[in-house]
Design a protein around this ligand. Sequence first.
Ligand SMILES: [Zn+2]
Ligand SMILES: [Zn+2]
Ligand SMILES: [Zn+2]
Length: 334
Amino acid sequence: MPELRKDPIVGRWVIIAEDRANRPHDFEHAPIPARHKDRFCPFCEGNEHATPDEIAAYRGHQSQSNGQGWRVRVVANKFPALRIEGDPLEHRDGMYDAMQGVGAHEVIIESPQHLISTSDLSDEQLCEVLWVYRDRLQDLKNDSRLVYGMIFKNVGAEAGASLEHSHSQLIGTPIVPINVWEEMTGSLNFHNQHGRCIYCDMIEQELAFEERLVMDTPDFLAFCPFASRFPFETWVLPKIHSSHYEEIDNGQVEKFSGMFRRVIIKVEAALDRPAYNYIIHTAPFDTGPLKHYHWHIEVIPSLTKTAGFEWGTGFYINPMPPEKAAAFLREVSI
Ligand SMILES: [Zn+2]
Ligand SMILES: [Zn+2]
Ligand SMILES: [Zn+2]
């Protein structure tokens, strides 16, 4: 019997309609390549001239900006969705609102070697990637035109990656994205009613219930959410309440990188290296620490397609119950 489930934060309903045949390997997809390089890659070390100038980099003392010798490198996106010059002036056209497309669009090149997935990085490399996310958010916060920094990663063509070399992106926007707005509103309503953070409550319930847990460490928790939209959707949260990702400290980021990489390894092992996305949901720039909001990463393997019913209703149909997905992911030993 299919089940309708409601996401307690944003109120979105999903239909969990289990297909009995579903094993992880039943999802048809093109696995991301293990490691290969068949054409010129602008992100590989030695090809720095092929990217826009560096915005930031972690590199050896002797090395020069825009030259070799870096470990993580941040450059402007060559084909930006939003442009950094100008003012986000609002204008009205009758009933319509519009704004100039001002914002930041940066690419975080995660390794000088031609690696493909987060799982291919070492713990140390991923730690620096997660640290540079923090640095870039803290820097963009100083730009008064921007109110939000969205960090995301596409891995594999099916998840929208146009270049294979492991990289993530940061888009700084002059408005709060609607998905974040819905989470902010939902969690604020919950806090007003109960005086608690809904994400902290969720962590507590998932720890007690256990069946949706993927990985539990002293500082971070990974689980498949109750109202998962997608098969094997996995959320990772810090156990200590924190609304802003950029407030993470050195010790936390080290623990986080080790854990997060293992979560990705599990997803890849269970599903034969699917394309995937991850996104960081964090609070907007222009707020102080918030009691009601809790930053997290959502990992979404690309296994199903959004079609007419989803577009029309806003419901998602998920053929893989999160309890079953989590069990498969827990079984993967690393
Ligand atoms: Zn490359
Ligand atoms: Zn919390
Ligand atoms: Zn979220």
